[in-house]
Write a protein that binds this ligand. Structure first.
Ligand code: SF4
Length: 76
């Protein structure tokens, strides 16, 4: 029986594109909070499991397309 592997993703914000609307922190508070100026701060913990769907929604709803969700390479 093989061990089940979980896909892990890293969340990244493009600070140049971001306009500090703050929607991402409302949609994905598990990993994104806002600083005192309303710019997002991303928790460096990988995104996996049920959180991936929430992360994808935050990516798709960002009005500036400033959020990137990248699959983390698996260790070999
Ligand atoms: S939703 Fe997009 S533009 Fe708004 S704060 Fe988040 S990353 Fe920036």
């Amino acid at each position: 029986m093989s061990a089940q592997r979980r896909e892990e993703y890293a969340l990244r914000i493009d600070p140049v594109a971001c306009d500090a609307f703050g929607f991402c922190a409302e949609m994905f508070p598990e990993r994104i909070t806002l600083d005192e100026w309303g710019y997002p701060m991303v928790d460096p913990e990988p995104v996996s499991g049920q959180l991936v769907a929430l992360a994808r929604k935050a990516v798709s709803e960002c009005p500036r397309r400033a959020i990137v969700l990248e699959r983390k390479p698996r260790p070999v």
